[in-house]
Design a protein. Structure first.
Length: 258
């Protein structure tokens, strides 16, 4: 069984700065007997606080993944690495990040210092090859974003594929990379007819979901305009257009995939 906890559903500059919604990322727990594994994905500002409020003990995390080097995705990654390694006393856990996150590219990053990178057992740039985390297999997927090294995540589990799409523009190729996913997590920063570069709108999300055809599409990473438009109404529209069951995530929402 897989459990997803949404430690934040805000995204983009101003929803993050005003904390209109929390920005703590997604916590994925794999309860496979003998090999349970807990991964914190994209821990933005407030991730540590919201983990605690949702009953998550950050010292029990086994892996941290940062899809790209933007503050709504990485700000709490260092303090959560500190927790995962018991204050740097135990060399343990995985830290996976885009090249920008761990090494830096052009004028972006790195955003996790070498100190924390060396404290974990495995620190790796996630770019081309799949990684095995417990019973999970994490495969990088493409994105078109202002951080050119942004990676989406195709996470294979014993109960099927969870697609964690990173900040991206829409393209048919990108959507196609997540085919066969049971659950599709989409960062929909903008509502219908409010396009900006490098992000998804509700229109894009409907097309994306129709290509992937998951059992469930969950939209999250809402910017201010999306919050004004009402994410639940936008989710209903995506469902009507794509014929895929779609819900809008809320802060603290938990989903179990069996
Ligand atoms: Zn973002
Ligand atoms: Zn971004």
């Amino acid at each position: 069984m897989i459990k997803l906890t949404f430690l934040g559903t805000g995204g983009g500059r101003f929803a993050t700065l005003y904390q209109t919604r929390a920005t703590g990322g997604v916590y994925l727990e794999d309860f496979t007997p003998e090999k349970p594994f807990r991964v914190h994905i994209d821990p933005g500002p407030g991730a540590l606080v919201h983990a605690g409020r949702n009953g998550i003990n950050p010292t029990q995390t086994d892996g941290i993944i940062v899809t790209h080097c933007h503050p709504d995705h990485y700000v709490d990654a260092e303090i959560l690495t500190e927790a995962m390694t018991m204050g740097g006393r135990r060399k343990k856990g995985f830290l996976l990040g885009s090249r920008s996150t761990l090494e830096g590219v052009e004028n972006i990053g790195p955003c996790i210092s070498r100190y924390f990178q060396k404290n974990v057992e495995t620190c790796m740039i996630i770019e081309k090859t799949s990684m095995k985390l417990g019973e999970l297999v994490v495969t990088p997927a493409p994105a078109i974003h202002s951080d050119p090294t942004t990676v989406g995540l195709r996470i294979s589990t014993n109960t099927g594929i969870i697609a964690y799409v990173a900040d991206t523009e829409f393209s048919k190729e990108i959507a196609g990379a997540y085919r066969n996913a049971r659950v599709l997590i989409l960062p929909v920063t903008r509502p219908r007819a409010a396009k900006i570069p490098y992000h998804l709108t509700t229109d894009d999300a409907a097309e994306f979901a129709a290509i992937v055809k998951p059992e469930l599409c969950i939209i999250t990473h809402f910017g201010l305009k999306m919050l004004e438009a009402d994410p639940e109404a936008e989710a209903r529209w995506i469902e009507q257009q794509s014929k895929v069951k779609c819900i809008a995530a809320s802060d603290g929402m938990k989903i179990e995939v069996d």
